[in-house]
Design a protein around this ligand. Sequence first.
Ligand SMILES: NC(=O)c1ccc[n+]([C@@H]2O[C@H](COP(=O)([O-])OP(=O)(O)OC[C@H]3O[C@@H](n4cnc5c(N)ncnc54)[C@H](O)[C@@H]3O)[C@@H](O)[C@H]2O)c1
Length: 337
Amino acid sequence: MIIDNLHEHLCELGDRQLFFVVDSAVRQKCFELSPCITPENTYILEAQESNKTLQIVQQIWDFLLEKQATRNSVLVNIGGGIVCDIGGFCASTYMRGMTYINVPTTLLAMVDAANGGKTGFNYKGIKNCVGVIQMPLQVWHYIPFLETLPRQELLSGWAEMLKHALLFSANEWERVTHAMQNLTNLDKYTFASLVEQSCWIKERYVQDDVADNGMRKALNFGHTVGHAVEEWQLSLGKTIPHGFAVMYGMVAELFLSVEKKHFPQTIFEQLKEVWATYYKTLPITPADYETIIAWTHKDKKNTQTDRINCTLLADFSRPYVNQIVTEKELKLAMENW
Ligand SMILES: NC(=O)c1ccc[n+]([C@@H]2O[C@H](COP(=O)([O-])OP(=O)(O)OC[C@H]3O[C@@H](n4cnc5c(N)ncnc54)[C@H](O)[C@@H]3O)[C@@H](O)[C@H]2O)c1
């Protein structure tokens, strides 16, 4: 839901006790936006993938216990995907589950991470290895948060909007790729409209399969290889914005979609051009392919450890989930990078 006034919406929660997990990048802004948010009821999280850990989860549980939060309290997560994932997990498990609300502050969290109820943290180097699916009470999109978002983070979120466009229609693809050419000058109404449409597309896939056993897996398009790239970078002590890793994944998995499902070649070429213009930042050599493939074997989507499971597309809005691809095919796909 797009909102204009965060404070008013917090007040509408009545006399329920409020607690906040707030991204350190927006801390000051949050204190200015609402007197309900105070240093006493707020846990500040420095959002880095290396902080998406059990230790931080424990610190938030401890914070809630110390402040005597009850099951009737509400935890409001204000931040990017890291804050929403960790805060959502803490709320979903504290006292067997307290209500939580997500207020995403990055484009990626607005169109993806804050919606759909997937929560969790990284464990033993595996992304989102431990987590639960528990829906937030509400998701509030306050578009002015995007004003301070670095261009790189805008691009990261844009990758998930491109994914949603591929999962929906040629018109949406055209709209999202066109708007991208004017990325840093978009007004808040255009952003609001793009965010709403992208969330609506995700919602279509989530609503009938919240537990992620069927068509929701279509949303994993680009993520088998994308997560492997992200985990590989993490294992080297480096980070890459989530959406950038997903773009590497989408180039590989859309190539396989052309080969195996006859997805239109022209759209693949357009995606590849967008990737080369905005997202191609990693010095990957053929020697790295084996390492990345090794990481794909740890993917949560695999049902057997020796198989690599991807979502492939036959066309816009025509995903095939649970598609097995071989290492040889993946290597061929990576040669597009
Ligand atoms: N649960 C899901 O369904 C889902 C879906 C996609 C991604 N994710 C997860 O989301 C995470 C990535 O989320 P993200 O891309 O939002 O990254 P993030 O949470 O790391 O935020 C990116 C950076 O932007 C900063 N930031 C946040 N809001 C800002 C603002 N308004 N102005 C300036 N800086 C701001 C943060 O401090 C951080 O440095 C990953 O951990 C990924 O696994 C989850």
